[in-house]
Unconditional design. Sequence first.
Lengths: 458, 458
Amino acid sequence: MANAYQYAKDNQDRFLDEYIHLLKIPTVSTQSQHADDVAEAANWLKEMMLDIGMDKAEVILMPEGRCPLVLGEWYGAGNDAKTLIIYCHYDVQPAILEDGWDTEPFEPTIKDGQLFCRGAVDSKLHVIANLKAIESWLVQDEKPNVNLKIVLEGEEESGSENIIAFLKAHPERLSADYALLCDGTILVPDLPSLTFGLRGITALEVHVKAAATDLHSGHWGGTIHNPLQALSEILTKLHDESGKIMVPGFYDDVIELTDKERELLAKIEPNMTDAWNDVAKAPQQYGEPGYNLSERIGARPTLEINGLLGGYTDEGMKTVLPEKAMAKISCRLAYNQDPDKIAQQIRDYIHEIAPPTVSVEVKLLQDGARAVRWDLESPAMQAGHAAYIHAWGNEPVYELVGATIPVLSEFTKVVDHVVKMGYGLKSGRAHGPNENIYLENFFNGIQASIKFIDQLGE
Amino acid sequence: MANAYQYAKDNQDRFLDEYIHLLKIPTVSTQSQHADDVAEAANWLKEMMLDIGMDKAEVILMPEGRCPLVLGEWYGAGNDAKTLIIYCHYDVQPAILEDGWDTEPFEPTIKDGQLFCRGAVDSKLHVIANLKAIESWLVQDEKPNVNLKIVLEGEEESGSENIIAFLKAHPERLSADYALLCDGTILVPDLPSLTFGLRGITALEVHVKAAATDLHSGHWGGTIHNPLQALSEILTKLHDESGKIMVPGFYDDVIELTDKERELLAKIEPNMTDAWNDVAKAPQQYGEPGYNLSERIGARPTLEINGLLGGYTDEGMKTVLPEKAMAKISCRLAYNQDPDKIAQQIRDYIHEIAPPTVSVEVKLLQDGARAVRWDLESPAMQAGHAAYIHAWGNEPVYELVGATIPVLSEFTKVVDHVVKMGYGLKSGRAHGPNENIYLENFFNGIQASIKFIDQLGE
């Protein structure tokens, strides 16, 4: 066994200190008042990359001074060796004590083996675990058999616009044979999980207008098609009673799960059901007939209303006949659905079903992203499997994640084999107050990343 | 002809000065910083009542120091004579220059025979016109043959809660044989209109909830009945495609218009259509089949969505699966519908159609009000008819108003015959910027009120 594993164990305390140092920097990418904090963290991470023995490290400034990328590279495995790129992000969601934190959100607090801090699980855990795994390799005589890149994004929590643009403009800078996207969580403490796909997305806004202005519902009510009602009628026609999406052609390009994939998902169905019961607490489940919970979440497309607004919404009554109404909708896309095509189908259908008594506009909210699906037998997936067994002592399960990571669609164009692993827990309250990890997961994560690099070099 | 008419003509300039004095006091009843202004106006009006020869006048303080009533009484017609009560309100809607006024909203400005000021048409026009009509009678030797009460409300623009409570607690103070409710507008300059009824109202709030909290639409989308979608489905089922309300029993108690009433409404249909085209500017008309515009507005009940809110409604996209959604709905009620019964029918129906995947709560927003309908042949209606002919030189048309004046339902309990007249124009921008009247309407209004009193005493 390489010395890297033992080195990591011997240096746990220092690694923890460095993790805490990073946690204290409030790298909130959505708030411009934290731009200096983001820059400070980026420079500190670049210095760390050089300190741990990478050949070069660079803070790549983004347009308009936005949160920079930090890219480190090590080519010690030689020209003939394969290259692995590790992706993590070092920016975090906003947090203030008043949101319901028990401790200051940017003051890391350890209690009974748990560390509480904004960014603890999402995703500074992964930033430091991977840098420390690389350190554990590079400071030893026994070097990895793969070349290493690590790219740290500073804008994941506010749209990833710049890294996607960078990937399109400079694909060679982030290209590799393998990519480890290290972010997110595992289902339950003893059950590490490998992700073999994520859903895509497209998002639209629907505007319905009837009269030229807000009117008095007494003076004109009963003679104008209320736009809130018209919008409700339109939205209702987007699903049938069973929950199936009624947009013509919507399901045409969806590739059904293979038997093998359904088998893998069946293994996590009890955990998913527990999680649903724990988190959702809705009166009962709802969803597309013919699919279980894990399949609905991971492999089936959705059409969700994210926001609805019209008329008077403050306290009490105002008898207004509103001029207009608005809905925000987004679709999680299944593998092989094209975001632009789906957006167009929805737009066409809404215009088709809109009553002639109102005018309707459908706008694209932002660029869509395709779903991704990875080969279960790829070297990256197998290395992930081995890494989890080594660090957690258990066989990982396989999961399809229902969320979308837009940068992944771009990564798949410049990397042959991608695997997504996460070292936090679903219960770690990413984005919420009292975000936390178990310290054990931090140390396990370092071991897992060491093993992942080891395995890819076999 | 009584001297009152000539007296009013001789004193037009002073009457206008007094109107302007009242307009300058910003009697905004919804804003507590104007409480002193409202009190100042109330005292000034009380003094005017005494000055013009009423037997007594009183500022009636309301609970919690709210905008007081001002009540004046004159019993000079003797115990055997009938009594008329005139109702107006002296409070106004808020107004600031930034709303789009061309002149300071509380600085009366006269230009080309038009007077611009907040409250010009709604409703200080009516307050002064009626007080000056009373003055024109009482300072003459030839006194009216009816006893007179005039009650001025200071809270009409913020709910009329206290006058309704006062009417219930002290009906004898405001009881009379006849009531002239003087407020509102006529359709077009040469066409005075008498109102023979108004719609009632009931208002509800619908809350739909699925999950216990906002969720990530990627992690859980497709497994929970989105409450915005469920609410849309519920709202859609409240009307059929033609615009008919689908709540069982909703139309049961509605009394259809008589042939005579339909005939009267037919006369104003062209004006209503012009007004609709001018104001609504919707792609096309909508409404309950089998009724024309004036009938839909005046005589048919509605179920209108006044507000809709749920999820993320700011700029851009947020892929939230919202916890809850809310709709505010209100019904304009036709004659003979009971607000409480209708509210209960809607509540029952919504609970019946709500899917089991969500929880639903339906709350009453405030006390409802019944529609009112008045006898076309009543002495008050005939006096109104004569008054308009005298002042405008034209036969009035008859109109059913779609709006609701909750205090009217209470007034009908303590007064035998009610008539509603207005001296402003529909184009006078009540509640909007650049509210205005033509001075001619002010002087016509004084003459009309003198004639109204004259006619009731015949």
